[in-house]
Design a protein around this ligand. Sequence first.
Ligand SMILES: [Zn+2]
Ligand SMILES: [Zn+2]
Length: 155
Amino acid sequence: MTSLSCPCGSALYSECCEILHSGKKTAETAIQLMRSRYSAFAKYQIDYIVKTTAIGQQQALDVQAIADWSKANQWLKLEVVQSNEKIDKNHAQVEFKAHYHDGKQAQIHHEVSHFVKHDGAWYFLDPTTNQQITMKQACICGSAKKFKQCCAQYL
Ligand SMILES: [Zn+2]
Ligand SMILES: [Zn+2]
């Protein structure tokens, strides 16, 4: 892989995830968002990681930890295992394997991620944020629904 190729593996970086990282376009599918978030870790685009996380979770992110994780590893390759772009009207699921090297050995991070679409844009639902969300409050994705009836089932 040359430095011109996109970390997500599909094309030239300038014709692939860079368009999303620069804000010129937003991801059209959950897979595209997932790929661009992987590339953002590889390219140290920490702002992109933050702004593509569910709106109501962004302030709860540990941005320093994300930045450290991005820098500490060498990002080798992304493998999308399977996806379902429509588990309901505005949620999607993507299973992937992120291959990276932690400085000592090669590692594989295997995850089934969930994404929510709000106002035409896709966001990652982060299952690791440390925040109290009650079932009755407005959903973290920005929808008018209660959390319980919206994203709670995917976190
Ligand atoms: Zn890409
Ligand atoms: Zn929601």
